[in-house]
Design a protein around this ligand. Structure first.
Ligand SMILES: Cc1cc2nc3c(=O)[nH]c(=O)nc-3n(C[C@H](O)[C@H](O)[C@H](O)COP(=O)(O)OP(=O)(O)OC[C@H]3O[C@@H](n4cnc5c(N)ncnc54)[C@H](O)[C@@H]3O)c2cc1C
Length: 503
């Protein structure tokens, strides 16, 4: 029996996750749905990741892992073709036939997907953008009332939390008072402030992740001549993409995950069974056993002329399935000891950015160092920032000090560490609707993303999707993994609403 009035779903957050959920829902439902996408930005689909306007900030994977519809890996590539994007941005195309386009263009794609689905006649469903920030939610009988900072009180049948990544914030030992210093850029995603850095300034970038490479790309394009130092605890940088990932790469001679994915392939890889090298007898669900199995697999495929990236991706694609098998202590150990190693292999740099940074490094324009900051002090006389680095191993106790005019923070996107800056998430944690996952980096959810309350009860009417579920599933961080996560939980969402899926 279908419900007699359309179900109302409120989605808090209109970045990639929020829009992807709304679009997949209106396309799949059998009964009409009214979806309100609550997003404070004036444009939806962009979120934190795709709001950049910098032409050198590119997607970190090819177009086929950036489709809003996980059943159709070519969806975004076709949109790019229709928009004439490859002609307008020929640098996006690689000789192997893959394309790494600008993040701003992906934001436009998401925005256009939202517009296209705002009225979806085949399921008589609608998506409306409400420009506001959710600050609270209350139980009203069987319904939920969602409260915004603009004074709205929306009654809905389900609340989907898609608040994504919190903006980067300074981490200890950098004092919060430094955020007011004109030379400290707490949030590197504010591109305009990067553009205002004088070309001759000495710049310290804290972090050497993809975000740091984006900052470098902007500074280099501006012709920066001052010293640029990027530091991280281990001095590791994101690894490159596979040398010939793309439709023209030669077919592997061993059964590895294909370098390209069309149609359902990518979805099948993510939702299909874990690869044999992880499930074979003798491979226990422990970090040690998996790393050993992965190393062995890499050796095996490399012997056949296939890149390590292909073997690594076989693991990455099913992490959401294998991560929950690890005991809590092992998960925490991974986050403490192995996460940086995993991340530099998992989040690979776009080839265009890689080339730019490597050339600048070879010319001595950038220095990557393994360093730990002990303290930062603002020098009143010069206006610069005095950075004291911890002594390196074997260097005795002497600290080293260096002065920089600018410090750019490229660290820390963990959801839980920033909850206090979100009145909404703090309120839901305070009520016990949300609770920390066992790793302490996001929220606890069940396999269908139903939020687990403080008493560990499932709440079918409260769902959490995307990056805040990273502690539970290991890695729903990239666009394709979020899209697949949403696809996977659609039947459960629709059946909770009595609007079971049409296809
Ligand atoms: C800088 C950066 C670059 C990235 N590049 C890539 C890439 O190239 N490819 C890839 O696959 N992945 C990339 N990612 C990973 C990224 O996590 C996902 O691709 C995806 O964008 C996550 O989307 P999201 O909507 O969950 O989060 P976000 O993009 O963080 O969006 C969350 C949205 O929620 C809104 N919001 C927050 N709180 C509230 C509230 N209380 N009420 C209402 N709205 C709220 C915010 O305004 C924001 O718009 C990148 C991430 C970052 C940070």
């Amino acid at each position: 029996m279908l419900p007699d009035k359309p179900s109302h779903i409120a989605i808090a957050g209109g970045g990639f996750s929020g829009v992807c959920a709304a679009v997949q829902l209106v396309r799949s439902t059998r009964a009409p749905l009214h979806i309100t996408l609550i997003e404070p930005r004036n444009r939806v689909g962009l979120g934190l990741a795709y709001s950049t306007t910098d032409p050198d900030h590119r997607l970190n994977g090819p177009t086929w892992v950036h489709s809003i519809d996980p059943r159709d890996s070519g969806h975004f590539t076709r949109w790019c073709e229709q928009q004439g994007l490859f002609a307008a941005d020929p640098q996006a195309l690689l000789p192997d036939g893959s394309a790494f386009v600008r993040r701003a263009d992906f934001g436009r794609y998401m925005e256009s997907a939202f517009r296209e689905h705002a009225r979806w006649p085949s399921t008589q469903s609608t998506i409306t953008h409400l420009q506001a920030r959710v600050v609270d939610a209350l139980k009203k009988g069987d319904s939920i009332e969602v409260v915004t900072d603009a004074g709205h009180a929306l009654v809905c049948d389900m609340l989907i939390i898609a608040t994504g990544n919190p903006p980067p914030r300074l981490q200890t030992p950098l004092d919060a008072s430094l955020t007011a210093h004109p030379g400290v850029l707490e949030n590197p995603l504010e591109t305009q402030r990067l553009l205002e850095i004088p070309g001759e300034a000495n710049v310290l970038i804290i972090g050497s992740s993809l975000m740091a490479l984006d900052v470098l790309a902007t500074l280099l394009r501006q012709g920066h001549t001052g010293k640029i130092v990027s530091i991280s605890r281990r001095g590791l940088q994101p690894r490159p993409q596979a040398p010939s990932a793309g439709p023209l790469s030669p077919p592997p001679t061993v059964p590895v995950a294909p370098a390209t994915a069309t149609g359902r392939q990518m979805l099948d890889r993510i939702l299909g069974p874990a690869p044999g090298f992880l499930t074979q007898p003798g491979v226990e669900p422990t970090l040690r056993a998996w790393i050993r199995a992965l190393r062995q697999r890499i050796g095996e495929v490399q012997a056949q002329g296939v890149s390590w990236q292909s073997a690594f991706d076989e693991l990455r694609d099913v992490v959401w399935r294998t991560w929950p098998l690890l005991p809590a202590a092992q998960k925490r150990r991974f986050l403490k000891k192995a996460r940086t190693w995993y991340d530099v292999h998992r989040f690979r740099s776009p080839p265009q950015t890689q080339r730019l940074v490597q050339a600048a490094q070879a010319q001595g324009r950038i220095e990557f160092r393994a360093e730990r900051i002990q303290s930062v002090a603002a020098l009143e006389a010069s206006g610069s920032l005095q950075v004291r680095f911890a002594p390196r191993e074997g260097e005795g106790k002497a600290n080293r000090c260096e002065a920089f005019e600018f410090i750019i923070n490229c660290t820390g996107l963990d959801v839980l560490s920033r909850v206090s800056s979100s009145p909404f998430l703090s309120a839901l944690m305070g009520k016990g609707w949300l609770t920390a996952d066992e790793c302490g980096i996001g929220f606890a959810v069940d396999e269908n993303c139903q939020a687990l309350s403080a008493k560990r009860t499932k709440q079918p009417a409260v769902r959490v999707i995307g990056p805040p579920t990273a502690g539970t599933f290991g890695d729903p961080l990239g666009a394709i993994f979020i899209a697949a996560q949403i696809y996977r939980i659609l039947p459960d969402i629709l059946s909770s609403l009595g609007a079971s899926r049409s296809s």
